[in-house]
Design a protein around this ligand. Structure first.
Ligand code: ATP
Length: 203
């Protein structure tokens, strides 16, 4: 059985940056956001169902999903949102669990911004939280995307607060005041710990 680490943190906390360090160590990382995109790739049953339910105008000319149009639709129509969630949530879960179960490394990581919000903790053996202050989330996201502060704040407001997230943590990486070299050390220490925990699970 795979030992699964759920890696989470708010927007701009450093999930991708830190997940990449684990990938460099040979650890298989599955990203919940990638899975959510994959299940509506052209050719999938989910995309066909969306086109049938909402109409072909929700497809781009190249056959991919018109995400912005669908986003607007579900933003203004609660029934549409419910229908879409009922379609996509099980599909995402199934694909995610499939990918995790076929991971080959000593343990594997599920990166999920909404690990806690979407109750994905039930699928993981341990929870690793990437922790930074809200000001840092805003500053780093702005620097990365050039996106506007109000949008970033509204995303932060839609996610669990820092305290709630930390209460769910089994392990925490401090990505606030730590230099990238110090973060690397935290990753090294955790890597050894996760290998041990995976061995215990499988012994
Ligand atoms: P999102 O939820 O938006 O996908 P994320 O949690 O994956 O974000 P990253 O993209 O990894 O966050 O990090 C946000 C930005 O902060 C990136 O530009 C990254 O290079 C930078 N960053 C991450 N960690 C640090 C650090 N310790 N010091 C300085 N900058 C950092």
């Amino acid at each position: 059985h795979q030992y699964i680490v759920g890696l989470t943190g708010g927007i701009g906390s450093g999930k991708t940056t830190i997940a990449n360090r684990f990938i460099e160590k040979g650890i298989d990382v599955i990203d919940a956001d990638d899975v959510a995109r994959e299940v509506v790739f052209p050719g999938t049953v989910s995309l066909k169902a969306i086109a049938q339910h909402f109409g072909n105008q929700y497809l781009n000319t190249d056959g991919t999903l018109n995400r912005s149009m669908l986003r607007e639709k579900v933003f203004s129509d609660a029934n549409a949102k419910q229908w879409l969630n009922n379609l996509l949530h099980p599909a995402i879960r199934e694909s995610m669990l499939n990918q995790l179960s076929s991971a080959k490394s000593e343990y594997c990581i599920l990166v999920a911004p909404l690990l806690i919000e979407n109750d994905l903790t039930q699928f993981v053996d341990t929870v690793l939280v990437i922790d930074v202050k809200q000001e840092t989330q805003i500053a780093r996201t702005k620097m990365r995307d050039g996106s506007n502060e109000e949008i970033i704040k509204s995303i932060i407001a839609s996610q669990v607060d820092r305290k709630t997230r930390l209460e769910k943590a089994n392990f925490i990486i401090d990505n606030q005041d730590a230099s990238l070299a110090e973060v690397e050390q935290q990753v090294d220490t955790l890597h050894i710990e996760f290998i041990k925990l995976a061995q215990i699970k499988n012994s």
